[in-house]
Design a protein around this ligand. Structure first.
Ligand SMILES: NC(=O)c1ccc[n+]([C@@H]2O[C@H](COP(=O)([O-])OP(=O)(O)OC[C@H]3O[C@@H](n4cnc5c(N)ncnc54)[C@H](O)[C@@H]3O)[C@@H](O)[C@H]2O)c1
Length: 476
């Protein structure tokens, strides 16, 4: 099938790379000339596992090309719109999608079958279709949302749980549904064929549900800390229930990225404007934002007043491991909170130190960058692990302890090798963890006073920050 993909970002490039690898003839169109020039040399603007190889092979095989401007989309059977849906303030907007669709609709040589892969708030496509039909009655629109997660997007694209297609009118009579069914047939995924507004709602409701699930786990971590429960055991036990499931139930520093935060704000706002009260949905964002502040509060509680003027090594800056995406990263919220408490931050990230330091500076947060974890930790009073990068699982704790000034390691992702760090003389803060000294296990040395620790003591124990587990870094 000859398809044009509009937008060469995270979703557009994955869609194009995978469709080309499936044997389709794919043209990618973007408005960013520099991006297109680099892509023609097989230089990817984003980091995504396996994508480099797909793009390189398809370019060489002549199944993939990159162009500037919508005119390059002419001639194909389908145009798949993957442009961004965030405005300059990081809030959801349908403006770029509208411009792309109306631009395609106005060009009679462009495909008449237009597929929207960008995430739209329910109700957007029906309005866009009415505007597009005024330009050309032959235009057909389908909503075909993307459910991939950054860092495993290629794998997710090739093995979807379902393919959702939303079209207006009689689906069985739609040539667009037939084309999409043919396009995705090699994936052997269940098809959900519905109307455009329901398809839009499936996508946004999925993301907001995942945001809620992460937030629930984060609130559980706070509750477990207060009552002396081990949040790790709690989420594992909860997750074994098939009705609940373990994924997206790991507490951490809060969700981030380009999708969950903006959509968790936009969906309840849409409901509010529609006169629908959604108290549960509306509470997700503020709880998520509280999480970084709560984590830093735990650090402060571990040694009251010590953060002011202290040096903190912040390890990990992307919104999750395996991506270079910094959008709404919880590491930035941690940095903001640490800075507000008077800490001086030196940061390191395996792939994004420089852009992150620049972005933080643009947001008014002064952070210096380091070339490695060890350099970031030199003379630091505390270490905060914000992202679950694999290299943080095997940090050289003996070397780090030798250059650190303080002893505190706050692990917001539960990636620290606690035994190695403890053996190096460091204290690992992991709230709710059974490893904390305020909580004894069978065989542990009893307290000198022979009493069990009270929940208050467990809560304010000197080595507790958060007990989190890696793996649920969010879908986008
Ligand atoms: N990032 C993810 O993992 C993910 C996952 C699922 C869904 N989504 C959704 O997919 C959409 C795209 O997200 P993204 O992260 O790929 O965005 P992005 O910002 O990485 O890329 C968007 C691209 O579109 C280009 N563009 C904008 N207007 C254009 C136009 N008129 N013509 C051609 N190109 C144009 C931009 O130059 C940019 O290269 C969003 O709606 C997002 O919510 C993203």
């Amino acid at each position: 099938v000859q398809v044009s993909v509009i937008g060469a970002g995270y979703v557009g490039l994955v869609t194009a790379g995978c469709l080309a690898a499936m044997g389709n003839d794919v043209r990618v169109v973007d408005i960013d000339e520099a991006r297109v020039a680099r892509l023609r040399r097989a230089e990817l603007p984003i980091r995504e596992a396996g994508l480099d190889e797909l793009v390189r092979a398809s370019l060489e095989a002549g199944r993939l090309r990159f162009d500037v401007g919508l005119a390059a989309a002419r001639g194909g059977r389908l145009a798949i719109v993957c442009v961004g849906t965030l405005d300059a303030d990081g809030e959801w907007t349908g403006d770029q999608v509208r411009r792309a669709i109306l631009g395609l609709a106005a060009d009679r040589q462009a495909p008449r079958g237009i597929v929207i892969r960008s995430t739209l708030m329910p109700g957007t496509t029906v309005r866009l279709l009415a505007q597009a039909l005024e330009l050309d009655r032959r235009v057909e629109l389908a909503v075909n949302p993307e459910f991939t997660r950054e860092a495993s997007a290629v794998q997710d694209f090739m093995h979807p749980d379902r393919v959702v297609i939303g079209v207006a009118g009689e689906a069985a009579a739609s040539t667009l549904v037939a084309s999409l069914t043919e396009l995705y047939s090699p994936l052997s995924a269940p098809l959900v064929i519905t109307d455009p507004t329901s398809a839009e709602a499936i996508k946004v409701a999925s993301n907001v549900f995942l945001a809620a699930k992460i937030t629930y786990a984060n609130e559980l971590a706070r509750l477990c800390a207060a009552v002396g429960a081990d949040v790790q055991a709690v989420v594992d036990g909860l997750g074994m229930d098939k009705r609940i499931g373990r994924s997206f139930l790991s507490p951490g520093p809060g969700y981030g990225g380009s999708c969950l935060p903006a959509q968790a704000r936009a969906l309840p706002e849409l409901a509010r404007r529609a006169g629908v009260e959604t108290r549960l949905m509306a509470a997700i964002t503020s709880s998520n934002e509280d999480q970084a502040e709560w984590l830093v509060g735990r650090l402060e509680a571990a040694s009251p007043g010590a953060l002011s003027g202290s040096r903190v090594a912040l390890l990990g800056l992307t919104f999750k491991a395996g991506t270079d995406d910094l959008r709404e990263s919880p590491a930035f919220r941690l940095a903001r909170s640490l800075a507000a408490h008077g800490a001086i931050i030196c940061a390191y990230d395996p792939v994004a130190t420089l852009p992150a330091v620049e972005e933080l500076a643009a947001q008014g947060i002064e952070v210096s960058g380091a070339a490695s974890s060890l350099v970031a930790c030199a003379d630091a009073d505390a270490v905060v692990i914000a992202t679950e990068w694999p290299e943080f699982r095997s940090l050289p704790w003996a070397d780090i302890a030798a250059v650190l000034r303080g002893k505190l390691v706050a692990d917001a992702r539960n990636v620290v090798d606690v035994d190695a760090a403890t053996a190096a003389g460091l204290s690992v803060l992991s709230l709710g963890s059974v490893r904390g000294p305020a909580k004894r296990r069978t065989g542990d040395t009893p307290r000198e006073d022979g009493r069990e620790p009270s929940s208050r003591e467990a809560d304010s124990g000197p080595v507790s920050l958060v007990s989190a587990r890696v793996g649920d870094a969010g879908p986008s």
